[in-house]
Ligand binder design. Structure first.
Ligand code: PA5
Length: 447
């Protein structure tokens, strides 16, 4: 068993020979990717990461996670974008659905909260209130070390730690994941004596979940990072070595590009498990930042189902025909919950008595796939055997590899993100950051 891609339900939109015809294109893109001869080839460290990572650091990550678990009731993970979404996706996918709310003796690991992913003062104050006077630690994650959102949140929580524990003890509760040598955070960490972890030069933010960026928070949550890496290694093996006809990642890359060329400009990633919400958020960043450039790209969107069938369902079924849908299907539910029988069938649900809630969920999924197909929304499926570390590692690699292939197929550099700089320039100018005086004058005139 493995994570697999299935486009059989899209047969009415794509004929078999169209996919076969794409083999050469996909193979050529793969060759460019693995020979590291294409655009952005300085950022391909993720390709071998599952088998070629810093083992000494990996051990330090486990030790740091154990220390956090032993001395902290709360871990505040500070980061944004690629320095945030992977860890959250993994923790929510792998751990209890109400992780922070279950009793500590059931969880045995700290509550985990995220900061630095917005600039909201009420969010920050809310989190300060939640941490309260409890023991806590901070993992600040920023590759550049200069991103405004996490830098502001870090100032707040650093001050809180220093007030509570004094500077020396606070320094032992701060874990900094950043560049190995440069950036403000690295200099601060060296100055203050924080333990540091490295975001490798050749791994971009959205491809960094299997570095310390993701691994330290994931390990602190009690998840098994050895299994995660093993799963990713098997995903790598499949992606690199299987021929196109049996290569799920390459077929996914091919099929989404075929649909794009037929005019489908939106891909909706749909899940039927609330715990996959952040996998979709991670996926949106991965595909949106990698492909959305040079006035090109498929717009990545997501829905949580069946929840959003009661809102966005209308549009998907019957609105503008601009999208295809990719369903994340967890084959084996983590939990078996059986629907009981009522002596008097007032709610009319006795026909489901004895059935599991997951059976109902799967029926909703299968019914929806067919309904959307009938509504002219091509439906693709990614099957995930179950929610564990191994298959999550495979899933991460599947999407990363397909993203690299897909980006090269559409002729962009999938590994840069020039577009994210524009808002920063304006924000710095408006804030009066030294060096932005001229831009400031111009912007103020326009406001
Ligand atoms: O993918 C990206 O480049 C961004 O989403 C970054 O990950 C995000 O801006 C955070 O950057 P940094 O880790 O440098 O703070």
């Amino acid at each position: 068993t493995k994570v697999t891609f299935d486009f059989s339900k899209a047969a009415g939109f794509i004929r078999e020979h169209e996919v076969q015809a794409f083999e050469g294109i996909a193979d050529a893109a793969k060759e460019v990717l693995v020979s590291r001869s294409g655009l952005g080839s300085d950022y391909l460290g993720w390709i071998d990461l599952p088998v070629d990572y810093d083992k000494e650091e990996f051990d330090r990550i486990k030790k740091a996670a154990a220390k956090i678990q032993s001395d902290s009731e709360v871990l505040v993970v500070i980061g944004i974008g690629g320095s945030y979404l992977g860890a959250r996706a993994a923790i929510e996918f792998l751990r209890h659905g109400f992780y922070n709310n279950i009793k500590k003796d059931q969880r045995k690991t700290p509550e985990i909260y995220y900061a630095g992913n917005s600039i909201s003062s009420s969010y920050l104050q809310g989190l300060i209130d939640v941490v309260g006077d409890r023991d806590f630690s901070v993992n600040i994650i920023s590759k550049s070390g200069t991103t405004t959102e996490p830098a502001i949140a870090f100032r707040v929580f650093k001050e809180m730690l220093e007030k509570k524990y004094g500077k020396a003890e606070a320094a032992k509760r701060i874990y900094a994941t950043t560049d190995k040598a440069k950036g403000a955070l690295k200099h601060l960490a060296d100055e203050e004596g924080y333990q540091t972890f490295v975001v490798p030069d050749d791994v971009g933010g959205r491809f960094s979940v299997l570095t310390a960026v993701g691994l330290l928070p994931i390990a602190a949550s009690g998840a098994d990072i050895d299994e995660l890496m093993k799963g990713a290694a098997s995903g790598r093996e499949l992606a690199l070595n299987k021929p196109f006809a049996e290569n799920d990642a390459m077929q996914y890359a091919a099929v989404r590009n075929i649909l794009h060329r037929k005019g489908k400009s939106v891909e909706i990633l749909a899940n039927y498990e609330p715990s996959l919400h952040y996998v979709s958020e991670w996926w949106k960043q991965l595909y949106g930042e990698s492909e959305g450039k040079d006035q090109k790209g498929i717009y990545p969107a997501s829905v949580d189902l069946t929840t959003d069938l009661h809102s966005m369902g209308q549009f998907i079924q019957d609105g503008s025909r601009i999208m295809f849908e990719t369903v994340l299907n967890v084959e084996k539910s983590r939990v078996e919950l059986t629907i009981g029988e009522e002596p008097v069938d007032l709610d009319g649900l006795n026909y489901l008595a004895g059935k599991t809630v997951d059976f109902v969920n799967k029926s909703a999924m299968n019914g929806t796939i067919l309904a959307h197909t009938d509504g002219n929304v091509p439906n693709l499926r990614v099957d995930i055997p179950e929610q564990n570390e191994y298959y999550l590692g495979q899933l991460f690699y599947f999407f990363e590899f397909a993203c690299g292939i897909s980006g090269y197929v559409s002729g962009v550099n999938p590994f840069n993100q020039p577009g994210v700089e524009s808002y920063k320039k304006n924000m710095f100018a408006l804030l009066g950051k030294p060096g932005y005086e001229k831009e400031r004058e111009e912007l103020l005139k326009r406001l």
